[in-house]
Ligand binder design. Structure first.
Ligand SMILES: Cc1cc2nc3c(=O)[nH]c(=O)nc-3n(C[C@H](O)[C@H](O)[C@H](O)COP(=O)(O)OP(=O)(O)OC[C@H]3O[C@@H](n4cnc5c(N)ncnc54)[C@H](O)[C@@H]3O)c2cc1C
Length: 469
């Protein structure tokens, strides 16, 4: 009788079933966890994915789908049993079609986000999803985590950018939902069920995504703000002055920028030394550069008059704008250079963020001596990356063993008090699966568990992630 590895070799070809040198596939991006795979299988077509799922189901072997392996909640690597098959979508990376009149692009799940952006741009359109990991993450991973990123304030999360999906179900059937329709009320929305499911309900093999017209001009500014209360007031002004032109509104605390300055001094972070917080904002204008500049200048003037902004620079060229975004996107990398840290990807109603930060900072400082706070995030979406770094020079492992649970308790209980979510955009994975029952409505959890059983009765797909079956 064939072993499952031999069966998979017959299905996708020997070169696409890997059993050696798997470190890259089984180690998570943060190097916080490392699993062990029976093998890595790299199908090249949807039919091959379906055949692999059927074979694994029949053999009682579970599957962990993987795109770019940039997820931050330990969801895309196998457990350490050595019995799971890791299914990489990397080879399925084609752009299948662009429909300029319907404003859609259809791509395979393994298409790297940056390549999707480029394909759209070459056709004269904007695909607005943008993340620090865009050079490696894939659209299948973005959909499966419902990724957010830096343009959500204008264009929404990945969910809002998706019109249709092709999915291989846990039974190995192919659901062809690659529609380019903006309206379709023919029953339950199955597309929305697979988005954000982190590979636990089906394997996304292709997607039809929305495209947008390119803006006529895009301007970027960097502003010093005296506190979080002023940052939120500044956001209100930005909505008022820029309307739908406001495409990004990011906040960064001084310590997070000091890490970028320390590890990437060539990026020359502006204004950070003189202010506790900086804001990076973007204005995309459909009229002209002059129109964009006038509106931006009016906003900054009003913000300075109101005392929300103490100083600001507007990028004078695309290169300068790119550098400002590069600084923001380098925070995750700079804190990784500094050492492991305890991450919280949280969302809070925007109006409560200043009080949340003040109260939670004080509680952590009182309980965790010397802890350093790397606070930054997508303020326009009420999403903070509220991370805690060990005291300078302290061994992270010792710090983690002593304080991780306490820190998480303090942060998550505070999030709950302010009506927030313990996972804004990164997902649940393995990292937060046991925290969910404490923070999610019990009826919602029960329905989620029943959905998992209905969609994946044998618990083949990414077991133990998101919800325990
Ligand atoms: C530097 C950096 C910056 C980041 N910035 C952001 C940010 O701004 N916003 C944000 O939301 N995230 C961010 N992330 C997190 C991460 O990049 C996103 O979660 C991304 O969407 C993951 O895509 P991926 O292809 O790497 O997925 P993976 O990490 O491979 O997988 C993520 C999850 O999706 C599942 N999965 C992957 N592909 C499929 C598929 N085809 N079908 C079914 N399930 C699948 C996996 O099993 C896993 O559960 C960042 C990460 C890094 C390293």
């Amino acid at each position: 009788m064939n072993t499952i590895i031999e069966t998979l070799q017959q299905l996708v070809g020997n070169p696409h079933v890997l059993t050696e040198d798997l470190d890259h596939y089984v180690t998570d991006w943060r190097k916080r966890a490392k699993g062990k795979a029976l093998c890595v299988v790299r199908p090249g077509t949807t039919a091959e994915v379906a055949a692999v799922v059927r074979a694994c189901g029949a053999a009682g072997v579970s599957i962990v789908p993987q795109g770019g392996n940039t997820g931050l909640v330990v969801g895309s690597i196998p457990d350490d049993s050595g019995t799971q098959v890791l299914l990489s979508l990397q080879r399925m990376n084609a752009v299948r079609a662009i429909d300029g009149q319907n404003l859609t692009i259809t791509v395979e799940a393994g298409c790297v986000l940056q390549n999707l952006q480029t394909a759209a741009e070459e056709a004269g359109f904007l695909f607005p999803l943008s993340l620090g990991s865009e050079g490696s993450c894939t659209i299948g991973g973005n959909l499966s985590t419902n990724a957010g990123g830096t343009q959500v304030v204008r264009y929404g999360n990945t969910r809002e950018l998706c019109l249709g999906l092709e999915v291989v179900t846990a039974e190995g059937d192919i659901l062809n939902g690659l529609v380019g329709l903006r309206k379709d009320n023919t029953g339950y929305d199955l597309r929305d069920v697979f988005i954000g499911a982190e590979g636990t309900l089906g394997i996304i093999t292709a997607a039809t995504m929305k495209l947008y017209p390119m803006p006529a001009a895009t301007l970027t500014a960097w502003a010093a703000v005296p506190g979080m209360t002023e940052a939120v007031a500044f956001l209100g002004l930005a909505h008022r002055y820029l309307g739908a032109g406001l495409t990004g509104f990011e906040v960064m605390n001084q310590f997070s920028l000091s890490l970028v300055d320390k590890h990437y001094p060539q990026l020359r972070v502006p204004l950070w030394k003189e202010t506790p917080w900086c804001v990076l904002l973007e204005n995309a204008d459909s009229e002209s550069e002059q129109h964009a500049r006038e509106r931006f200048e009016a906003l900054l003037e009003a913000a300075m008059e109101a005392g929300c902004v103490t100083d600001a620079v507007v990028a004078g060229s695309m290169a300068q704008a790119r550098n400002l975004w590069h600084i923001r996107e380098s925070i995750t990398l700079a804190q990784a250079e500094e050492g492991l840290n305890i991450k919280h990807d949280i969302s809070i109603p925007i109006s409560s963020i200043p009080e949340f930060v003040q109260v939670t900072d004080a509680e952590l400082a009182a309980n965790i001596p010397g802890a350093r706070f790397v606070d930054f995030g997508h303020l326009g979406d009420g999403n903070l990356h509220y991370n805690v770094q060990a005291p300078e020079g302290e061994d992270f492992k010792a710090f983690q063993n002593q304080y991780e649970d306490r820190i998480n308790d303090i942060v998550y209980q505070s999030v709950q008090r302010y009506g927030g979510s313990i996972s804004a955009e990164h997902g649940v994975g393995e990292l937060k699966v046991d925290r969910l029952p404490e923070h999610k409505d019990p009826v919602a959890l029960d329905l989620m568990r029943r959905m998992k059983r209905a969609f994946d009765p044998r618990n083949t797909l990414n077991p133990g992630r998101v919800i325990r079956a």
